[in-house]
Design a protein around this ligand. Structure first.
Ligand code: ATP
Ligand code: MG
Length: 391
């Protein structure tokens, strides 16, 4: 891995140190550097307080004063600096009721979730390991810093993060950590739906999602993911036994889960667009109607393809992707604008007053064109129209 990637971060650390502060790279960027994989973002831990950091850099943005986090932007790179902190008294499995900034880096490391995320690195890229993180990186193990039960009681989201790191890194969850997850699975209910959805999406999008789903299916967490339990069990079982060559997209995952669930569960407050997609795909999958010209005309190809993918992974049908594209190309009309007459023509020809009947007859015409019972030619359509309205 190229050290160049830390260039801006090193500059930030040097600036802080020049003022007498301590500062280290921490968390994901150190972990990913040691694993020689690309990291998402740079995090720095420092004893400087946010107001002190703000005075040292030109371009800063306060993003979590309560948690001591500020972002500095150096050469267009966003770098997060978080003041060392110690947390206590989690009353709700999510928010510490007490944050103490007056602490050293050793305590800051202790509040982090997993040993592999608790490594520090200085500006010379030398590692400081107070939690056995290097060893666990080598063993490919995800293990909490300190007693797993306590760490998950403090913040239940960490349980899902364990599965995310399985998916991202192809690691194993250490036994005590996995037992604690099973024991405390129900506390996932303390986490906001939005955070759970975000973390689930990260799990499905990361490269080893098949392994993560297999593990999720064996853990009690599956019972606390509303509407997804049967899907996770199905996929976990499938991916434990086979390693199919395809990749599953996030929307396919949800569609498949809801197919097995029997209906779309909107516990996670999906966007309107996603919600409609899942609802429509569910009906199409159930009816296997993805090649129906009326379906293709009204929905386009994406939703029918989604339904076909779900049915394929569920092994209830062949994959119909190519056939769907071909059937769409073969449609005599692909949108309302392709119809050889429009609302105005209908009014002109019939000499009648505007009303809902115009839309109705236009839909009738569209259906007949799609069924190849009417040719999409202006004269033919006008003739049909006159017959219908008796003009
Ligand atoms: P990614 O590759 O997804 O960015 P990451 O480990 O960097 O993974 P972040 O969410 O960016 O994850 O968090 C940065 C660091 O902050 C983590 O490595 C960890 O040390 C700490 N951290 C993040 N979330 C938690 C949490 N819920 N509990 C304890 N420590 C956390
Ligand atoms: Mg990160």
């Amino acid at each position: 891995m190229n050290n160049e990637l830390f260039k801006n971060g090193i500059e930030v650390i040097k600036t802080l140190k020049a003022q007498g502060f301590e500062a280290f790279f921490v968390g994901g960027c150190v972990r990913d550097y040691l694993l020689d994989v690309k990291f998402n973002d740079i995090d720095i831990a420092s004893n400087a307080r946010t107001f002190e950091v703000r005075n040292l850099f030109e371009n800063t943005q306060l993003i979590g004063e309560k948690y001591g986090t500020i972002q500095v932007i150096v050469n267009n790179e966003k770098i997060q600096i978080t003041t060392y902190r110690q947390e206590s008294n989690y009353s709700d499995s999510r928010h510490p009721s007490n944050v103490n900034f007056d602490t050293g880096y050793a305590k800051d490391v202790q509040r982090r979730d997993f040993t592999i995320n608790g490594l520090l690195m200085d500006e010379n890229l030398s590692i400081i390991d107070l939690v056995g993180g290097k060893d666990d990186l080598q063993k490919k193990v995800i293990k909490t810093i300190g007693p797993a039960n306590e760490r998950f009681k403090e913040d239940a989201l960490r349980m899902l993060r364990a599965f995310y790191f399985v998916s991202k890194l192809d690691f194993y969850v250490e036994n005590e950590t996995f037992s604690a997850i099973n024991h405390l699975a129900s506390t996932l209910n303390n986490i906001s739906k939005e955070r759970i959805l975000q973390e689930l999406i990260k799990i499905i999008k990361a490269p080893h999602y098949k392994k993560a789903l297999s593990l999720l299916a064996k853990s009690n967490i599956r019972f606390f993911l509303s509407g997804l339990t049967k899907g996770i069990e199905y996929l976990g079982n499938l991916f434990s036994n086979e390693n199919p060559a395809y990749d599953m997209r996030v929307d396919t995952f949800f569609t498949l889960c809801f197919c097995l669930n029997g209906s779309v569960d909107n516990y996670y407050n999906f966007s309107n667009r996603s919600l409609h997609q899942y609802q429509e795909a569910l009906i199409i999958a159930k009816e296997k109607s993805y090649l129906n010209p009326h379906i293709l005309f009204h929905y386009g190809i994406e939703i029918p393809k989604l339904a076909s993918w779900a049915n394929y992974i569920l092994k209830v049908d062949e994959l119909r992707i190519k056939e769907i594209s071909q059937a769409f190309l073969n449609l005599p009309i692909k949108s309302i604008y392709d119809v050889a007459i429009n609302g105005n023509t209908i009014l002109e020809v019939t000499q009648k007053k505007m009303g809902s009947w115009v839309g109705k007859i236009l839909n009738q015409i569209i259906d007949l064109i799609l069924d190849h019972q009417l040719k999409n030619e202006k004269e033919t359509l006008i003739k049909y129209l006159k017959e219908q309205v008796g003009n």
